[in-house]
Write a protein that binds this ligand. Structure first.
Ligand SMILES: Cc1cc2nc3c(=O)[nH]c(=O)nc-3n(C[C@H](O)[C@H](O)[C@H](O)COP(=O)(O)OP(=O)(O)OC[C@H]3O[C@@H](n4cnc5c(N)ncnc54)[C@H](O)[C@@H]3O)c2cc1C
Length: 198
């Protein structure tokens, strides 16, 4: 998820930089230098950054991998209920087992206090961000289930729907990472070792 989000956002930033720099961004550093301009190598950066969404797992393939992980537990639990080749009795049993599971699972994806953690002493400025992460994660989980119900096992082939769910998940992940990193910096600043160094 870090690779997908990092390379996609990184590319957007480089693309915006090129747009902001305009023609000077498009020119090579050598060409800029020969005209007496500051030789900022935006064009080189643009070319180099583009490969990140292709190698070490292209963004499309990363989305497929992540979506597979996202759906796996749902598919294991309920996919057989949609399998018309199985006897009706077996499908009904799978359906009942899944219904029992989701009767407990679903309310916890609605209730705001279901995933509150009292044991983490968050900095007050970060509390809202982490509340947002939890709220959006619950919403994403609900919408993933709705997509499962709508498409059944065929959802695996709905790449645009899956890609959208994965991209939303990656944004929530990035928000959570940023808040966690900020929290770790707060904790470092107040740790005994840090005080000793200071
Ligand atoms: C400069 C450079 C350095 C490299 N270094 C290494 C290296 O050190 N080690 C290494 O192992 N490899 C390396 N590679 C290869 C790199 O990993 C591949 O280019 C990358 O995996 C993409 O594969 P491909 O080029 O064959 O594209 P293809 O697989 O042909 O894909 C073309 C496009 O189709 C999309 N696509 C493919 N399949 C699907 C699908 N099922 N659903 C949706 N979209 C799909 C891809 O996302 C991509 O956009 C390097 C490549 C370059 C350009």
């Amino acid at each position: 998820m870090g690779k997908l989000w990092g390379s996609e956002r990184g590319w957007e930033i480089v693309d915006d930089t090129m747009q902001i720099r305009g023609g000077r961004g498009y020119e090579t550093a050598d060409s800029l230098k020969s005209r007496g301009e500051k030789p900022e190598p935006i064009e080189r950066f643009f070319r180099d950054a583009r490969i990140n969404t292709i190698f070490e797992g292209s963004s499309e393939i990363m989305r497929l991998f992540i979506a597979r992980e996202m759906l796996d537990s749902h598919l294991k639990l309920g996919a057989a209920a949609f399998n018309t080749k199985l006897p009706l009795k077996d499908r009904a049993l799978v359906f009942l087992r899944a219904a029992r599971h989701y009767a407990k699972w679903y309310p916890t994806r609605f209730l705001p206090f279901s995933d509150d953690r009292d044991d983490i002493n968050l900095h007050p400025d970060l509390e809202q961000s982490m509340r947002d992460v939890r709220r959006l994660s619950r919403k994403l989980a609900r919408h993933t289930l709705y997509a499962m119900l709508r498409y059944g096992p065929k959802l695996e082939r709905e790449q645009l729907v899956l890609g959208r769910l994965v991209d939303i998940g990656a944004e929530i992940f990035a928000l959570g990472c940023a808040a966690s990193y900020a929290q770790s910096k707060v904790e470092d600043a107040f740790s005994p070792r840090q005080r000793w160094i200071a």
